[in-house]
Design a protein around this ligand. Structure first.
Ligand SMILES: NC(=O)c1ccc[n+]([C@@H]2O[C@H](COP(=O)([O-])OP(=O)(O)OC[C@H]3O[C@@H](n4cnc5c(N)ncnc54)[C@H](OP(=O)(O)O)[C@@H]3O)[C@@H](O)[C@H]2O)c1
Length: 347
């Protein structure tokens, strides 16, 4: 039987549209699987890469971080998957630079320790919202010691426990998630709740309910003029860990630092370079969402949690279209901004 043909959406030059054309059919190396993609998701990182070429190590480039599909090939040493399994996976072109590790293709290599079986009750277009956001969430919550993120910037180290599929007793700790309706914020809320952490989420007024569905105990509108005072009151006398700022722009930093000042300091974990001028009692860091720290969560938590509903595919997907040609449209829409949804291309 002839080998199947692969195609990818290639970026040939920064600032250009991706071009769909043939690509080598990847093979699974040791510890890897090849996924025949049924759905891929668009992340804000991707249009930054497209626009400026940032993080691209090899031209022409294939990037993208989220896939859902069927296992096509299993590499040496992988015993959690077999051909034909339905899976979701976090692809690692960001660190490897290899085109075969980019999501925007018909077939993609995924490290086995960044993949999980997708229960049959969940569609590929729903499940694909999970992978990159899940890894970002674990990096925000569970790293124990600051490590390198980018030159001059360390990762945050909140050292919180991993999520558990068993009911967790409350740790008595409270975390504020700023940007609770974003993809990374809604996943972080769910993962923190499953680790016994109390979450206060800050979202748009129209998305407070979504943060509640993720498990947040209290939710506040990011445009509320009394936001700082209300969050401080909600934290009350609980053990305040700090803030995960999943938006990380000047406006959110101003509010976050206001909250931290009133609560006596704590962690400020960011998704972009943190503010430089912070008081000594604030520990800042920027996550780097490709990290082996997430492996146990991929291996032990994701599948049973998706099956039981403890982990929900939130925010819901919006399907941009069917076929790799629609990745360009997805990138445009992501750059224009989304609210409480993840843009997905079906294949
Ligand atoms: N460093 C890393 O490793 C890493 C990893 C992943 C992502 N990121 C970065 O993290 C950010 C979030 O990514 P994402 O995929 O989660 O984004 P996203 O889902 O596309 O973000 C959209 C959400 O942002 C919310 N938002 C916008 N402005 C806000 C504000 N001022 N206050 C509160 N919420 C606000 C909107 O909330 P409402 O509609 O409710 O207002 C919307 O739901 C991006 O900048 C991304 O590049 C970094």
């Amino acid at each position: 039987m002839a080998a199947p043909k692969n195609q990818a959406a290639w970026l040939k030059e920064a600032g250009e549209a991706l071009e769909v054309s043939d690509a080598p059919l990847p093979t699974a190396g040791s510890g890897e699987i090849v996924v025949k993609n049924a759905a891929v998701a668009i992340n804000p990182l991707d249009w930054h890469m497209q626009d400026s070429g940032v993080f691209i190590q090899q031209w022409p480039a294939v990037f993208g971080c989220d896939v859902a599909g069927e296992v096509f090939e299993v590499g040496h040493g992988v015993d959690r998957f077999k051909e034909g399994d339905r899976v979701i996976g976090h692809t690692v072109n960001l660190v490897s630079g290899r085109p075969q590790d980019g999501a925007y293709a018909l077939y993609t290599v995924v490290p086995a320790n960044k993949a999980a079986i997708l229960p049959s009750s969940i569609s590929f277009t729903d499940g694909v919202v999970v992978p990159f956001a899940l890894e970002a969430a674990v990096c925000a919550l569970s790293v124990k010691a600051p490590g390198p993120c980018m030159p001059g910037v360390l990762t945050p180290a909140l050292g919180l426990p991993y999520p558990s599929i068993e009911p967790m007793p409350s740790t008595g700790k409270t975390l504020v998630v700023y940007g609770g309706s974003s993809s990374v914020g809604s996943m972080t809320t769910q993962i923190a709740i499953a680790a016994g952490i109390n979450v206060i989420a800050i979202s748009g007024a129209h998305n407070l309910e979504l943060s509640k569905r993720c498990g947040a105990a209290d939710t506040f509108d990011h445009k509320d003029p009394s936001l700082v005072e209300k969050v401080v009151a909600a934290v009350g006398t609980s053990h305040f860990v700090g803030i995960f700022d999943a938006i990380s722009i000047p406006e959110t930093y101003a509010h976050s630092l206001g909250i931290l000042a009133k609560l006596g300091g704590g962690h400020l974990a960011c998704v972009h370079p943190p503010p430089s001028d912070v008081p000594d009692n604030v520990q800042v860091g920027m996550i780097f969402a490709v990290n082996e720290i997430a492996s146990p969560v991929w291996e032990d938590f994701v599948t049973p949690a998706l099956r039981s509903g403890k982990l929900q595919c939130i925010p819901p997907s919006t399907i941009v279209g069917k076929g790799l040609d629609y990745v360009n449209e997805g990138l445009k829409r992501s750059k224009a901004g989304v609210s409480a949804t993840k843009l997905v291309v079906e294949l």
